[in-house]
Design a protein around this ligand. Structure first.
Ligand SMILES: [Fe+2]
Ligand SMILES: [Fe+2]
Length: 207
């Protein structure tokens, strides 16, 4: 894993056919949270990168293969890890028969996980415009943006300089189709104090 800050590590794979990187993060020191598992095909590389490290919980933004495709495999190595997800995602995990101890997190909830404080932010990300979750780590001002604020291209070790307001304003109707909810999400995000964006795809953004 590549260390990004004293509390954040990143593992990245690259798919040349769609020219997109896939990021998983390990955040926190005392009770580390894995942010996404990647797809099942990424599991060997991710598990190798995690070797010797503790994983207390796994945050799943929404139910899609690149966010949680390797969940069963990762849980087979970390059986005590709790899964943190929104209600819809939790239902999918159960419905697909994945054996996991899922804690349902709700919009606005703040989870204290060791040295981290993860604030949960609902966003319409799922099929049928169901809600997924974004996570904002308050103490280190890191925003885990999942499929928002992403970049195409191969950018494994890169950090980009950007601007929080610009990143929030760039959330498009393709990403969040419902206009009212897109507006509410942007308003909510603009109220956050963010130093670093850790996206699901593309480089880390210093904002
Ligand atoms: Fe996704
Ligand atoms: Fe994604």
């Amino acid at each position: 894993m590549t260390q990004i800050t004293p509390h954040l590590w990143r593992h990245t794979t690259y798919n040349q056919y769609i020219d997109l990187t896939f990021n998983q993060y390990l955040a926190g020191v005392s009770e580390p949270v894995l942010i996404h598992t990647g797809a099942e095909s990424d599991a060997p590389s991710l598990l190798k990168a995690l070797e010797g490290r503790k994983v207390s919980s796994i945050f799943v933004s929404h139910f899609e293969s690149d966010e949680c495709g390797a969940l069963s495999t990762v849980l087979s190595i970390y059986p005590a890890a709790k899964v943190i997800a929104g209600e819809v995602t939790a239902r999918q995990i159960t419905g697909f028969g994945i054996k996991a101890d899922v804690t349902i997190a709700r919009d606005g909830e703040v989870l204290t996980l060791g040295d981290l404080e993860l604030e949960m932010i609902a966003y319409p990300s799922e099929m049928h415009l169901w809600d997924g979750l974004l996570a904002y780590e308050r103490k280190n001002k890191i925003f885990f943006s999942s499929d928002l604020m992403i970049r195409y291209g191969h950018s494994e070790e890169e950090r980009h300089k950007s601007n929080w307001k610009v990143e929030v304003e760039a959330i498009s109707p393709i990403q969040v189709a419902d206009e009212a909810r897109r507006g509410a999400l942007k308003e909510r995000l603009l109220a956050l104090s963010v130093d670093l964006v850790a996206p699901g795809h593309g480089p880390i953004l210093n904002v």
